[in-house]
Design a protein around this ligand. Structure first.
Ligand SMILES: *Cc1c(COP(=O)(O)O)cnc(C)c1O
Length: 466
């Protein structure tokens, strides 16, 4: 049909506003899906149609797969609505938001025990992925400078990381031509712990990534041990290799729940740390942070300058425009919760995780991989020999019928033959909801256990949100 013959979804008709909702044009007909509609619609019509379609998404509060914030209190929502027009890059137009951004990362530098918070450099980002890209780029550029000034080749950079890294690190290596040297996880070494590091690093190693809160299982990599292994390598081989800590979730848990774990700027080898403001920073999606120990860790030639109150403001980011509201929400939470409030929120999530992992670990069909005592995230596998009739993918589908999203996925390279299921406990997943989840889990396990023949394959299509 040619454009001129199409009928408008809304004939201009003032009476239409009087039509009952759901019987107006556009509500009683179908909007085109892949072409822009010919004409206008009433705001309330367009709103209702989009609202209703979004309703078909899962309920985010029952999403036990995601690390990302799904609840904030009413005052935060109000603040969000008042500030969603702010563009983070317009430092000149929104100087106060720019100031608040700086205050936030200075607070994080202090929280992560920077020896001299005034010397640190930090930035907000759209999430940890962008923050990791920036962290990786700084490592690479620093290494390039050192190599070139020594008259050596800077052609073949590599980065050493666990095979259990989040996908953003594979992206970093792919997009910026850095060889990824994966240390595979295994039964003996379920995470990067410094063993055999000697075999992976050389003069072309730009850095080692340590993860505080492995996405697959929630466990911390022992940054202190990794650092000690690198100290030993430096003493023997003269290689001075920095660490970037990917603290996407753990950097907002460890300071509150495991203050004695040494993983942050207390270790001189830690050059930079990132976190997701929208994970255990407790803000809605769209916020990450990265802090460098000092200006030496972030080469000056990566920095661009934007106008700021007639002067200039250094920036290091992949995006130009980006929402500023999330930064204000982070500041709101820092003021609202303080250290004590964060500690209490995170401790509550950990308690729910420990309760649930205790109950699930005690069920005959399951064996725990982790219990949620590092970050409030834990994973389990089907106990060896329990059944040949069903697997965790089937259980995941059954739970979905009750509204719960609990992904099943294979562990990374090295343990890829093992499938686990994982729960991320977040603020808002109460003990009460956890009990409801547990009864649904027991009900579905009983259902599957009562099967007398194997379930058909095909439960394996679920993507893992890592
Ligand atoms: C979630 C996560 C990321 C990616 O963070 P986004 O904020 O989703 O971009 C990177 N690393 C780890 C360890 C993560 O858990």
């Amino acid at each position: 049909m040619s454009r001129s013959h199409r009928t408008s979804t809304h004939e201009a008709d003032s009476a239409v506003e009087l039509n009952p909702l759901f019987s107006r044009p556009g509500e009683s007909t179908i909007f085109p899906r892949f072409t822009i509609p010919e004409g206008e619609s009433l705001p309330s019509t367009a709103y209702q149609v989009v609202h209703d379609e979004a309703m078909l998404d899962g309920n985010s509060r029952l999403n036990l797969a995601t690390f990302v914030g799904t609840w904030m209190e009413a005052e935060a929502s109000k603040l969000y609505a008042e500030t969603f027009d702010k563009n983070m890059i317009d430092k000149d137009e929104y100087p106060q938001t720019a100031q608040i951004e700086t205050r936030c990362w200075r607070m994080l530098a202090d929280l992560w025990n920077a020896p001299d918070a005034a010397k640190t450099v930090g930035a907000s980002t759209i999430g940890s992925s962008e923050a990791c890209m920036l962290g990786g780029l700084a490592l690479k550029r620093r290494w390039q400078h050192a190599r070139r000034s020594a008259g050596r080749s800077a052609d073949k950079p590599n980065l050493v990381l666990s095979s259990a890294v989040q996908v953003c690190w594979e992206k970093f290596c792919n997009y910026w031509d850095v060889e990824a040297r994966f240390v595979p996880v295994s039964k003996e070494h379920q995470m990067l712990d410094g063993h055999d590091l000697d075999r992976y690093v050389d003069e072309n190693t730009i850095g080692v990534v340590a993860i505080m809160g492995v996405t697959y299982t929630g466990v911390y990599e022992p940054v202190e041990k990794i650092s000690a292994a690198l100290d030993e390598i430096q003493a023997r081989r003269g290689l001075d290799i920095p660490i970037h800590v990917d603290g996407a979730s753990g950097a907002m848990i460890a300071p509150f729940l495991q203050p004695d774990t040494v993983w942050d700027f207390r270790l001189p080898r830690v050059a930079s740390i990132n976190t997701s403001g929208h994970k255990y920073g407790l803000v809605y999606p769209g916020l990450g942070w990265i802090i460098w120990r000092d200006e030496e860790a972030l080469p000056e030639d990566l920095i661009f300058h934007v106008s700021y109150l007639g002067g200039d403001m250094p920036t290091f980011a992949l995006n130009f425009s980006r929402p500023g509201a999330q930064v204000l929400l982070q500041y709101y939470l820092f003021l609202r919760l303080g250290f004590a409030g964060y500690k209490s929120v995170q401790a509550t999530s950990r308690d729910v995780a420990l309760f649930l992992s205790g109950e699930i670990g005690a069920m005959e069909p399951f064996t725990l991989w982790s219990d949620g005592s590092d970050i409030p995230v834990f994973a389990w596998q089907l106990a060896d020999g329990h059944t040949a009739n069903w697997d965790l993918h089937h259980l995941s589908e059954r739970l979905r019928m009750n509204g719960w999203l609990v992904p099943a996925y294979p562990l990374p390279e090295g343990l890829g033959e093992i499938t686990v299921q994982r729960i991320v406990v977040r603020n808002g997943f109460t003990r009460d909801l956890a009990s409801s989840f547990l009864s649904d889990l027991k009900k579905e396990v009983a259902y599957l256990d009562a099967l007398t023949a194997p379930m058909p394959d095909g439960g394996q299509t679920q993507a893992f949100h890592h």
